[in-house]
Design a protein around this ligand. Structure first.
Ligand code: PGA
Length: 255
């Protein structure tokens, strides 16, 4: 049985007071109606990791960071290390998000180094892959996915993959309100499993948790999550409100 997961990527939102309010509300909702089959992860900005970690003590909600730097430590002004986010209470880290690829020029080589360091520091990784609209229109979706899985994850063993979750996030669906149809998501998820089985061993793709991301909302979550190869969601905009994030968790529980 693959693990189901709903993860919230807060991006650059929420002051510490706002973060505390959001997580307090979410915790209350999940105490009334616990998620029994779904792991729930919240990924606030670095500044809110510690206060959110405090609030999550004794709860099943897991904490994730949105990024780490690719070196252990040193003179890298403004960067945050894997050890630091681990010490702040994070269990997960998102790596390779399309916004980092786009605005911070992160390529497969950088992403590979970051994943390596995350695993070394006993963090679990949510590794994002996905094509742009232009790539999809040129029928390049599969080539892009293969490239990202082959180079971003190069050198990892079947054992490493037990600590990696994949998030398929078509770039054209992120923050745009355009969601992939459940069928489009299913097709790429199945393809990702096939490629991982081919590249890293026959059980790797079959066993790995694959999330869908890109404008997931309470209204479309059930359709996406009912697909056989969609194990959960990485949620941006809709996770900034406790009720809508909770509704997506409920959709996963019902799927
Ligand atoms: P969105 O973001 O749900 O706002 O489209 C998803 C993501 O970027 O992880």
């Amino acid at each position: 049985m693959r693990k189901k997961m709903i993860a919230g990527n807060w991006k650059m939102h929420k002051t510490n007071a706002e973060a505390v309010r959001l997580v307090t509300q979410l915790r209350r909702m999940l105490e009334k109606k616990p998620a029994r089959k779904t792991e729930v992860v919240v990924c606030p900005p670095f500044t809110a990791l510690v206060p959110v970690a405090e609030l999550l003590k004794g709860s099943k909600i897991q904490l994730g960071a949105q990024n780490i730097f690719w070196e252990e430590e040193g003179a890298f002004t403004g960067e945050v290390s894997a050890r630091m986010v681990k010490s702040a209470g994070a269990k997960y880290v998102i790596i390779g998000h399309s916004e980092r690829r786009r605005y911070f020029k992160e390529d497969e080589n950088i992403i590979n180094k970051k994943i390596r360091l995350a695993l070394k520091n006993k963090l679990r990784v949510i590794h994002c892959v996905g094509e742009t609209l232009e790539e999809r229109e040129h029928n390049l979706t599969q080539d892009i996915i293969i490239n990202q899985l082959e180079w971003g994850l190069k050198g990892f063993t079947a054992d490493d993959f037990k600590r990696i979750v994949i998030a398929y996030e078509p770039v054209w669906a992120i923050g745009t309100g355009k969601t992939a149809t459940p069928e489009q998501a299913q097709e790429v998820h199945a393809f990702i499993r096939e490629i991982l089985n081919t590249l890293y061993g026959s059980q790797v793709g079959t066993r790995i948790t694959i999330l869908y991301g890109g404008s997931v909302k309470p209204e479309n979550a059930a359709g996406l999550l009912s697909q056989p190869d969609v194990d959960g969601a990485l949620v941006g905009g809709a996770c900034l409100n406790a009720r809508s994030f909770f509704q997506i968790i409920q959709a996963s529980e019902g799927a």
